[in-house]
Structure formats: structure tokens, C-alpha cells
Design a protein around this ligand. Structure first.
Ligand code: APR
Ligand code: PHB
Length: 390
């Protein structure tokens, strides 16, 4: 088989890239290790920066998120039981975010790809990529027991943190940066009305909490837990009781509980691989970088990589230009590191850092006092939350 751009991974990065290239008349083939249904079972964050929503519009898949996404003009920081509203719209000159689940983003992209009749090989086993440092990159995989070879002009590694593409780059050609946090997030999804119209990021001596949502009838809540916690030890009742203890009195009173649809623990990690291009292989999204979920930058960063990559490839095919390709890695990394900084900062600001020296806890308190008391600091928080310019 042959295609112009072979995309490994049918998560949001791979699917969005495929859609943008298709609209520019460039052929793609996607190889995905899992089934489509499996990809749609993953529950991840649900806050889209305006730039991400615009890219979905440009890809021709913005209709449902514009109709069903919830426009959020602000969110709350709840500090030890007192809520402070962060007015995103006022602090950023009119910008806001859209609450729309990543699962729905993926579903919209998958449907558009299927409708356009574009090829995706799901359940692709033993995916390997080769010769991406030459003019003739190619991949091998096994689908329904048959071995397949795919030749391409370029390979886009959109296969997430555990994918095969980054792992195929010689170790001495990569520099890895990583920070692992000493806690995780226990998340619960339920068909209950959200406790508040806006998200609440809460700092509390018992640990961080986040009250988020997917719709007016579906809530998503998170609790900071030690890395040693096991999800089996958290009955729904235990989760709700712990959440209520960490909420401010008004929220605790309003909280509506119900059976969980999903419950899981995710570790928190900051990770960047540099560079993001090797010859004719590009890494995009979680294949190249991970942020802790505080601030919901993961999907938005994946989208900005894909914007740069689609532009670079379109320029290449239309104008035979190499410029976008050559600048891809540095353009992405400049935005990636700013989002890494913000996600690390918001995580450090709001999580219980009891395991760290007392000095650290005092700094956190001073930083919170400063942020909440300074309009300049609030603008910094807000402009990062709605997303820095591409
Ligand atoms: N071969 C083919 N596909 C693979 C392979 C492989 N060897 N390894 C992984 N994949 C697939 C995964 O099954 C998954 O569907 O690649 C896809 C990667 O998708 P994501 O992990 O969702 O990564 P990405 O598309 O970059 O999305 C970034 O996801 O994790 C969140 O916070 C992150 O929101 C951000 C977004
Ligand atoms: C979510 O809704 O899952 C979510 C929202 C905001 C975050 C992280 C996760 O910062």
C-alpha cells in the first residue's frame, strides 16, 4: 500500500491531522492499534481553548461542539473553603473556553473520517516504522492476520505516550525531560448535575479536588490521591464522602451524588521529548509530550502541534517548500514548554504538598495570596488558561 502521509494513532492528534490534510487534498492512511470502540472508551479532559475549537472548525468538524459545547467565561479557585472566581472573559479581553469532552472530539473526527471514506486500519498489530531518516519511509503491521507494508512520503507519530514512533528513534538522537509527581488523580464520571455552573479547582489540606462537567446532566470529579491508592478501594460512597469533605460549604450542600459511570486513577507526569522531527518522521501530541491534567492543556497542545504539522505538510505539497518542515520542532516546542510551565505551576499551586519541606508549603501559600490579590497575576493565569497565541 502507498499513501502520502502515514499517520500512526487514531487519537485526537492523528484524526485531526488526517482531517486537515484531507481538506487540502493530501492522502493519509491511519494505523491504529486498538479498535475504534476502544479508542472511544477513554475518558480524558474536556476543556477546549478557543484556538482548538477554531481548528476543529477549519477541519470541518466544529458543528457539534459549537452546538453542544458549554461556553465558560470563568472558573473558580476554591482555597481552603473560600471560592474566588477567575473571570476569564474580563481578564483576557473577551476570551472564554469551551467545555466539550475529548471523547466527543474524537467521535466527531472519527465520523467525519468515515463519512469521507478515508482509510483507517484499526486493530493493527505489530506496527513498526522504518527508514524515516531516508526519502522512503515505510511501516509494517499485521491486520486480520495479514502482513502489510505501507510506503509513504512522511510518517506522523500520533501514537501517544506509549506508542511505537518515539520508541523507534535512536536513543542518542532524543533528549527526554521528565517530572513525575508524588500523587495521582482519582476521577469519577456520573450522570448527575454539576455542583456548579463553572469548574471549581480546589486546594484543601486533605488534597486537591476538581469539579468539572461534560454537560448540564453529566459531572466529572477528581480527587488528589497518593500514588499508592488503588481504585478498588474507592467505593462510590467513599468517593462522594471524601469529595464533600474537601468542598466549600455551599458546594458540599449542593452536591448531587449518584452511581459512577467510570472511575480510574491517573498518575501525573510532565514529559517532553526533543526534537519532535527526525527526517521524515514527525511526533505530535502525547507521543512527544505529557502535561499533568491541571489546566487541561493536553488536548490543546496536541491540537497546536497538529496545526503546525498540517501547515508544514500543506506548504510542502503546494509549494515544494521545506521551511515549515524544518521549523516544525522548534515552533511546537516553544509553545509546548510554555504549557508545560503553566501545567506544572497550576499543579504545584493547588496540590497538597505535605510530603515536601515546610518551606515549599509556605511558598505555595504566599503564591496563592499573591495571585488572588494581584490583577497582573490573575491576567497571567487567565491568558494561559484560555491558551497562548499560536
Ligand atoms: N500502533 C498504532 N497505534 C498506536 C500504537 C501503535 N504501536 N500505540 C498507540 N497507538 C494509538 C493508541 O491506541 C491511541 O489511540 O495511538 C493513539 C494515541 O492517542 P492519544 O493517546 O489520545 O494521544 P493524542 O492523539 O496525541 O492525544 C492527545 O490525549 O492523552 C490525551 O492529554 C492528552 O488530551 C491529550 C490527547
Ligand atoms: C475534565 O473535565 O476532565 C477536566 C477539566 C479540567 C481540567 C482537567 C480535567 O483541568
Amino acid at each position: 500500500m502507498r499513501t502520502q502521509v502515514l499517520i500512526v494513532g487514531a487519537g485526537p492528534s492523528g484524526l485531526l491531522l488526517g482531517q486537515l490534510l484531507h481538506r487540502a487534498g493530501i492522502d493519509t492512511l491511519i494505523l491504529e492499534r486498538q479498535s475504534g470502540e476502544h479508542v472511544l472508551t477513554r475518558i480524558r479532559a474536556g476543556v477546549l481553548e478557543p484556538g482548538t475549537a477554531e481548528l476543529m472548525d477549519e477541519a470541518g468538524v466544529g458543528a457539534r461542539l459549537r452546538a453542544e459545547g458549554l461556553v465558560h467565561d470563568g472558573f473558580a479557585l476554591a482555597i481552603d473553603g473560600v471560592r474566588h472566581r477567575i473571570d476569564l472573559r474580563a481578564l483576557t479581553g473577551g476570551r472564554s473556553v469551551l467545555v466539550y469532552g475529548q471523547t466527543e472530539v474524537t467521535r466527531d473526527l472519527m465520523s467525519a473520517r468515515a463519512e469521507a471514506g478515508l482509510p483507517t486500519l484499526y486493530d493493527a498489530a505489530e506496527v513498526r516504522i522504518a527508514d524515516f531518516d531516508t526519502e522512503r519511509p515505510h511501516a509494517h503491521c499485521v491486520v486480520n492476520g495479514a502482513a502489510i507494508r505501507i510506503d509513504a512520503d512522511f510518517i506522523a507519530g500520533c501514537d501517544g505516550f506509549h506508542g511505537v514512533c518515539r520508541a523507534s528513534v535512536p536513543a542518542d538522537a532524543l533528549r527526554l525531560f521528565e517530572k513525575v509527581y508524588p500523587f495521582g488523580w482519582l476521577g469519577l464520571l456520573s450522570d448527575t448535575p454539576p455542583v456548579s455552573d463553572e469548574l471549581i479547582y480546589g486546594r484543601h489540606p486533605r488534597g486537591f479536588t476538581l469539579c468539572s462537567m461534560r454537560s448540564p446532566t453529566r459531572s466529572r470529579y477528581y480527587l488528589q490521591v497518593p500514588l499508592t491508592e488503588r481504585v478498588q478501594h474507592w467505593s462510590d460512597d467513599r468517593f462522594w464522602a471524601e469529595l464533600r469533605r474537601r468542598l466549600d460549604p455551599e458546594a458540599a450542600d449542593r452536591l448531587v451524588t449518584g452511581p459512577s459511570l467510570e472511575k480510574s486513577i491517573a498518575p501525573l507526569r510532565s514529559f517532553v521529548a526533543e526534537p519532535m522531527r527526525f527526517g521524515r518522521l514527525f511526533l505530535a501530541g502525547d507521543a512527544a509530550h505529557i502535561v499533568p491534567p491541571t489546566g487541561a492543556k493536553g488536548l490543546n497542545l496536541a491540537a497546536s502541534d497538529v496545526r503546525y504539522l498540517s501547515q508544514a505538510l500543506i506548504e510542502h505539497y503546494r509549494e515544494r517548500s521545506q521551511a515549515g518542515i524544518d521549523h516544525y520542532s522548534s515552533r511546537c516546542l516553544s509553545r509546548v514548554w510554555k504549557a508545560e510551565r503553566f501545567s506544572w505551576w497550576l499543579t504545584s499551586l493547588l496540590h497538597n504538598v505535605d510530603q515536601e519541606p515546610a518551606f515549599q508549603a509556605r511558598l505555595q501559600q504566599a503564591e496563592l495570596d499573591y495571585v488572588l490579590g494581584s490583577e497582573a497575576a490573575l491576567r497571567v493565569l487567565a491568558e494561559n488558561y484560555v491558551g497562548l497565541p499560536v
